[in-house]
Design a protein around this ligand. Structure first.
Ligand SMILES: O=P(O)(O)OC[C@H]1O[C@H](O)[C@H](O)[C@@H](O)[C@@H]1O
Length: 287
């Protein structure tokens, strides 16, 4: 399938608008190479971006698909979730030899801004592919340093739901998890789908089984390759209300289902590459 692109300005910041032959569309901000909109051919928006999101340089955009690199959350000495989501990436054009189809390619290389956080020399690339009813986002990290480095990473996907109370996430029934809302308490498998309402903040180690998010009127399937862990996050009412770029009631509109390698860091020797891919497939509500 062909992939058309145009440079557009949204929120006063440069974005790429990608359009596939079937009419599917995605917007990607160069700020963080963050996908901020995905509408499959049915025209229904499947990602959530907060109405109060900041798009200012140096701030994280609340929503879409933030790229978390080189550190997940506070699991290290760096700023939370690393710097990749805070910096401007470059659009490198459409590439045909990565991903499952023509891919829009974005790049971030180390420079003085990244060295302020992390001394390592790296090349990060993000590719975005639109297939019928699917978006595929791949993150590739290359060590261009002369010493090894280690990192954690995630695609921190905010999936839009019509009504959080109707939402359920399937595929993690037999997986144990760390409860990040309770000091990473080790929790056994629940045997049930994940449902939402209060703060939910879980890391499922070694669990990337195909997942299905249902919200009553829509279904999204989430699959991942080369990521080891899944993170599930919804702030719940209190945290949403006290978060400046969310606001009261906003937690009802999304569930974050994050494909990541967040527990065991990846170590790359000089010249080595790593890549992780998350693929979302939108289905009608009855599927
Ligand atoms: O507010 P942010 O820095 O974007 O982080 C948002 C959330 O990201 C992840 O899902 C973490 O597990 C949460 O603990 C965190 O609150």
């Amino acid at each position: 399938m062909s992939l058309h692109f145009e440079h557009i300005d949204l929120h006063g910041r440069p974005h790429l608008r990608l359009t596939a032959a079937d009419g599917a569309r995605a917007d990607v901000s160069l700020h963080g190479a963050q996908v901020t909109s995905w509408q499959p051919a049915d025209g229904r928006e499947r990602l959530y971006v907060s109405p109060l999101a900041s798009h200012a340089p140096g701030k994280a955009i609340r929503g879409g698909i933030p790229v978390v690199f080189p550190q997940f959350a506070g699991r290290g000495t760096m700023i939370k979730h690393g710097f990749a989501r805070l910096l401007d990436w470059q659009f490198r054009g459409i590439e045909y030899d990565v991903g499952s189809g023509p891919a829009a390619a974005f790049e971030l290389r180390d420079d003085a801004a990244t060295h302020a956080h992390w001394p390592s020399r790296f090349q990060a690339r993000l590719h975005v592919v639109l297939d019928p009813a699917c978006i595929e986002v791949g993150l590739e990290i290359r060590n261009v340093d002369d010493a090894p480095f280690a990192f954690t990473a995630a695609l921190h996907t905010y999936l839009r739901v019509d009504d959080l109370m109707e939402a359920s996430l399937h595929g993690l029934e037999t997986a144990r998890y760390l409860d990040s809302a309770r000091a990473e308490a080790h929790m056994p498998a629940t045997g049930d789908a994940v449902r939402f309402g209060t703060e939910t903040d879980r890391i499922y180690p070694d669990a990337v089984a195909p997942l299905t998010l249902r919200d009553g009127s829509g279904v999204v399937q989430i699959t991942a390759r080369h990521f080891r862990d899944t993170v599930v996050w919804n702030p719940g009412p209190e945290l949403a209300a006290s978060t400046a770029d969310l606001g009261a009631g906003e937690h009802r509109h999304f569930v974050c289902v994050e494909s990541g390698t967040v527990i065991e860091p990846v170590t790359l020797a000089p010249g080595e590459n790593w890549s992780g891919v998350q693929r979302l497939r939108a289905l009608p509500g009855s599927a």
